[in-house]
Each structure stands twice: as C-alpha cells, then as structure tokens.
Design a protein around this ligand. Structure first.
Ligand code: PMP
Length: 297
C-alpha cells in the first residue's frame, strides 16, 4: 500500500496565510516552527459531495491542540473555516478530497526552540488534494516495538506534527511487508496503529482501547456513536494484542482510509466465526453518514 502521484493534483492551489499559491510556489520559511521543531498542529479532513465532513469536530481538536501547546496569535475559528472553503472553491473541489490543515507556531526571529522567538503569530496552511480513501479493501498489521507516546512524554491527545513516534512504527511495518504498525502502550496493551485507531469485534460487540495512549480519532468517535445509535454494543476497554488475534473481525478507523478491515496481525489471520459481518453493517452506517452529514460550502 503506497500512495501514487495523482495527476489531478498537478496544479493545486495551496492556502498559506491568506494567499493561494500554486503547489510549486507554496513554501514555508526556514524559520517556521514546523521546520525547526515539528512545532505545529494539524488535522486531516475529508470532503464528500460538497460538504466538509465533521468540520466542527476537527476545528475543536485543532484549537484544543493549539491551546495545549500555548500557541499565540491563533487565527479565529471563522478565519480557518473560510480559508478551508476558499481553498476548496479555488480548486473547484467537491468530492473525493482530503484536506490537510496545518497550524504552525509561526516564523521565528532566529532559529531556536524557545516559543518566545515566535513574534508574528501562527501560520495557517490548507492543502486540499484529490484523494479518495487511501486504504485497499483489507490491510495487514504487525506489532511494532515502538511504544505509542504516553502522557508521561508527549500526550497523544495533542494532534501535533511531531510524528516521529508513528513514523518509526510505520518504517517497521514497511520493513516487515505489512501495511501499518500496531502500537502498544507502556504496559503492553494496544494503543492504536501508527496512523489509525483500531477496533476488534467479538460475538457481536465492538471493542476499542480507551483513548489514553492514542489520538482520540474523530472517525473512532463517529463509529462509537453510530454503533450506539443503531443497537450495536460498543465498548471501550483495555485490550491486549491476543484479544485482537482471536477477534471475529478487526478494523481500523481514520479520515485517510475511513473504516478498513484488518485481515491479519503478526501473520495471525483474523477468522470470523460469526455468521454475519458486524463490520459490514458499521461500514454501511458510516457510508450513509458521509452521504448526508457535514458542512456545505
Ligand atoms: N491515530 C493517529 C496517530 C492519527 O494520526 C490519526 C489521523 N490523523 C488517527 C488516529 C485517526 O484520526 P481521525 O479519525 O480523526 O482521522
């Protein structure tokens, strides 16, 4: 599973601090905090049929992350919303679009770690690409030796750009020929995969780890809500890898790939002993949600 260059994205217009620039001209300063220290926060957002899906939830998480990192000179929520809409309109985009929204601490007066060197306020980048869900119908995982960050080091609840923790797990997965790395918490319980949350289904009940050592994903939250609204039991609990190996069905959730079946973990095939697929039902509920929910622009 490796994304390829999409020629439809050849002449993208990218929003940076109020300007829309051709992708070849869209650049940040060498003094920008994201270059200097990965000091930025971000969101991945999807557009379905003229609507920005879960926009308010993504804006909540973006602003919460910026607040937790004590950003100064943060643009208003309305300014971010308008920047997104302006970018989509300028690129004539309505469907099958993935948006990467990045808010950096901004440009520094000189290189250095100290946030007091940031005196110009934050920088906002809106990168919208033609990109349907990136995962194939099913994927494989390997358990990574890299532990997911805990609140003792970097709280995984902050959606920051310091992605090395996850990138190292992804490298391990690549080297093992798997699609993603399953990351454990400091005690050896499952946290999430390197870029997606994980779920296991046992006897008709949908389980997912507590959002203690993982990003509290917006797709994860939507899936839990859809299950509860539709009479499918859904439980958050501490889970070991073995509980995933022996599950009837395992799947991942995330904006990039939506809901994706996992067919094997560490070469243990996931075998459904039940007669029907609960995942199939949840995928259908999610698909219906994407057909009507979201903010029109
Ligand atoms: N976990 C990690 C580490 C992620 O980076 C992401 C996506 N940014 C997710 C989970 C999925 O979150 P969401 O459903 O909000 O896209």
């Amino acid at each position: 599973m490796l994304q390829q260059f999409n020629p439809a994205n050849k002449d993208l217009l990218v929003y940076i601090d109020g300007k829309l620039l051709h992708r070849d001209e869209a650049k940040v300063s060498v003094f920008d905090s994201s270059v200097q220290g990965g000091d930025a926060v971000w969101e991945g957002i999807r557009v379905y049929n003229g609507r920005v899906f879960s926009l308010e939830e993504h804006l909540d998480r973006l602003f919460d992350s910026a607040h937790a990192m004590l950003f100064r000179g943060v643009p208003t929520r309305e300014a971010v919303r308008q920047a997104i809409f302006e970018t989509l309109r300028a690129n004539h985009m309505t469907d099958g679009v993935h948006l990467r929204l990045t808010l950096t601490r901004g440009v520094k007066i000189t290189s250095g770690m100290d946030p007091r060197l940031n005196q110009a306020g934050c920088s906002l980048i809106v990168l919208a690409e033609h990109k349907p869900p990136v995962y194939p119908e099913s994927i494989t995982l390997i358990t990574s030796s890299v532990r997911r960050n805990s609140p003792m080091s970097i709280d995984s609840k902050i959606h920051h750009n310091n992605l090395i923790n996850n990138i190292l797990a992804k490298i391990e997965a690549n080297n093992a020929g798997a699609d993603a790395g399953l990351m454990l918490d400091k005690d050896g319980y499952v946290a999430e995969a390197n870029g997606v949350n994980v779920f296991a289904i046992h006897d008709g009940t949908v389980y997912t780890p507590h959002a203690d050592f993982c990003l509290p994903g917006i797709t994860r939250k939507t899936v839990l809500r859809l299950c509860r609204e539709n009479g499918i039991p859904a439980v958050e609990k501490r889970m070991s890898v073995t509980e995933f190996y022996v599950a009837d069905e395992v799947f991942t959730t995330g904006t990039m790939g939506e809901l994706t079946r996992v067919r094997a973990i560490d070469q243990r095939e996931i075998v459904n002993r039940a007669e029907s697929s609960v995942l199939g039902k949840v995928q259908e509920l999610f698909r219906k949600e994407t057909e009507s929910a979201g903010v029109p622009f």
